[in-house]
Every structure is written in structure tokens, then in C-alpha cells.
Design a protein around this ligand. Structure first.
Ligand SMILES: NC(=O)c1ccc[n+]([C@@H]2O[C@H](COP(=O)([O-])OP(=O)(O)OC[C@H]3O[C@@H](n4cnc5c(N)ncnc54)[C@H](OP(=O)(O)O)[C@@H]3O)[C@@H](O)[C@H]2O)c1
Length: 291
């Protein structure tokens, strides 16, 4: 197997973390693309690019990730989150490449009340969740050499995310309301990027170590959005009171699961990786944030 890795959607949170990490692995040759260079919804562009670059592994970080905006633009969302993964899978099958694809906890309805395993029945509540589930299913119709990693509540130093938005709000206000009845596991994009690189290196060194399937990856432990906010403010030294409210007091366009904690045993055991607790990772990310 060669050591060429194609990353799509590389200007986003996860893509940027992979860009940063790749400098530590000069033995791997990365090709980073985003929509301007490779639009994954364009089957011809994807097949030409794949044929010319011949990567061993494709990491698909591209997605339509605005959960509320997705409710108003089903067609675009489906194109990016459902149909494009199938296009990528078909090109991977043609070029004998592996595909590492990222999915979401929002494929679940949140009614379980204990961590979701990979075998639990999905039942998405939103357009975004449905489109991501359809993406998973479409990949599976094309070939078996996929690793689908479902993650949750991702944040990083890059782009627009809950961490950066809530810090800005906390600095502007003395008090803010945050929902306390949605529970999940915040995930530092850097940790997930580390996990992906780990899988890539193990697979390149020994193709038998590439274990196709669906996996759950999030930081360990869980909290509500309000508890997450309290910890962010504590670590950042922001003097803003967090008023805990219920979801019905803070209506959003898209419905979200009230409990979407992921059981991560399978990824830890299959690939022999450790996963940090969300509080430790949040501390690390905040120490790297500017402002
Ligand atoms: N963020 C979360 O909380 C979260 C939670 C669970 C799972 N996930 C999943 O994790 C993955 C990475 O998320 P992220 O937060 O890193 O996403 P992100 O920051 O929104 O980045 C996605 C990137 O994909 C690009 N893109 C959109 N359409 C494209 C196309 N047609 N062709 C190529 N690139 C395209 C976007 O460009 P534009 O910005 O120009 O559109 C953006 O640069 C996604 O699959 C997401 O569904 C995320």
C-alpha cells in the first residue's frame, strides 16, 4: 500500500486538525482538498482526481454541518451528506482505496438513556441526521472497505463551533441561558484527528490492521450543553452566569436528541487507542485558543 492520503473538506474543523497533525508524519503524503479544489458532489471531478492522485486512503471530512440551516435546504444537504459519500465510495472501489468517513451521533433519537453502541437502531430527528445516516447507508451499498466513524459535539480552535460562539457570548453578557436537558460527549477535533492518523498508520504498516466497519468516537465522559458551558467559562475565567433551561425554552429549527452519548469501546479495542476525558481535552484546546 502506498502512503498517499486524500482529505476532502479539509478547510473545516477536522480537516484543519489533520493538516496540523500531518507535519508530524513526514512519511505520509497528504493531499488536502476542499470544495474549491475537489467538489465531492461532482462524480466526474471525483473520479478524475482519484485516478490522477491514486490515494491509498480517502478521509472524508466534507459535509453540510449547519444542523438548523439543513432543515431549509434538504436538496443541498442530501447532495453533500448522502449522495457524495456514495460517489467517494465508488471512486475508492474503482481505485482500490480505503474510505474513512465521518458521521454523527445525530443519527440517533436520544431515547436510549445509556451510551449508544454501533449496533443500536438509528432514528434521526433532523434533516442533518437523516442525511448523514443515508450517507452511511449509501457507502455500504458500494463496497465493504469503509471505516465510518460517528462522532459528537465537535469543537476546535478553528471555524465556527459551540466553544468559540459561547466564549464570545459569555464575554458580552453577564448571564446566558443554556439548555441542560440535552446530554452528549464533547469531542475535541484534534483527538479525533489523532485517532484517524493512528488508524491510517497502523493500516499502512499492516493492511490487516485496517478493520472495516462502523465505530463511535467521542471524548470520554458526558455533560449537558449547560455543564459544558460552565466548564468553558471556568477554564477561560469568564464571569458570566449560566442559567440552565430546558429545550422547550430554547426552540431550534432542527430537533436534537436529548441523549446522544456514544459507547466508544469498539474503536478503543479494535485499534488499541486511548481516548482522553472531555474535560482534559477542553482544557488543552482552550490553552491554544487566541483571545
Ligand atoms: N461539528 C460537529 O459538531 C460534528 C458532530 C458530529 C459529526 N460531525 C461530522 O464530522 C465531520 C467533520 O465536521 P467538521 O465540524 O470538521 O465540519 P466543517 O467544519 O463544517 O467542515 C466541513 C468542510 O466541508 C466543506 N464542504 C462542504 N461541501 C463540500 C463539497 N461539496 N465538497 C468538498 N468540501 C465540501 C466545507 O466547506 P464550506 O464551509 O465552504 O461549506 C467545510 O470546509 C462531518 O462529516 C460532520 O458531519 C461533526
Amino acid at each position: 500500500m502506498n502512503s498517499k492520503i486524500l482529505v476532502t473538506g479539509a478547510n473545516g474543523q477536522l480537516g484543519n486538525e489533520l493538516r496540523r497533525l500531518c507535519r508530524t508524519f513526514p512519511g505520509l503524503e497528504f493531499i488536502f482538498t476542499d470544495v474549491d479544489m475537489l467538489d465531492i458532489t461532482n462524480p466526474d471531478a471525483v473520479s478524475v482526481f482519484m485516478e490522477a492522485s491514486k490515494p491509498a486512503i480517502v478521509v472524508n471530512c466534507a459535509a453540510f454541518t449547519h444542523v438548523d440551516k439543513a432543515e431549509d435546504d434538504v436538496k443541498t444537504v442530501r447532495k453533500i451528506n448522502s449522495l457524495a459519500p456514495q460517489v467517494l465510495a465508488a471512486a475508492c472501489a474503482m481505485e482500490n482505496a480505503y474510505l474513512i468517513h465521518i458521521s454523527t451521533d445525530y443519527i440517533f433519537d436520544g431515547e436510549k438513556n445509556e451510551p449508544y453502541t454501533e449496533d443500536d437502531e438509528p432514528n434521526p430527528l433532523s434533516v442533518y441526521g437523516s442525511s448523514k445516516l443515508e450517507g452511511e447507508e449509501k457507502i455500504k451499498t458500494v463496497f465493504d472497505d469503509y471505516v465510518i466513524i460517528r462522532t459528537s459535539w465537535m469543537y476546535s480552535e478553528y471555524g465556527s463551533n459551540f466553544l468559540r460562539n459561547i466564549i464570545a457570548k459569555g464575554k458580552e453578557n453577564k448571564q446566558i441561558e443554556v439548555v441542560d436537558d440535552q446530554v452528549g460527549s464533547p469531542t475535541y477535533a484534534r483527538d479525533l484527528a489523532n485517532c484517524i492518523i493512528d488508524i491510517i498508520i497502523k493500516s499502512i504498516l499492516n493492511p490487516m490492521a485496517y478493520l472495516p466497519g462502523t465505530y463511535h468516537y467521542s471524548n470520554q465522559g458526558n455533560c449537558s450543553w449547560a455543564e459544558f458551558t460552565e466548564e468553558i467559562f471556568r477554564l477561560k475565567g469568564i464571569d458570566c452566569e449560566v442559567v440552565k433551561v430546558t429545550t422547550d425554552k430554547y426552540p431550534t429549527k432542527a430537533k436534537r436528541p436529548k441523549y446522544s452519548v456514544l459507547n466508544t469501546s469498539k474503536v478503543r479495542e479494535s485499534f488499541g487507542i486511548g481516548i482522553p476525558n472531555w474535560r482534559d481535552s477542553l482544557k488543552e484546546c482552550i490553552s491554544l485558543l487566541n483571545g
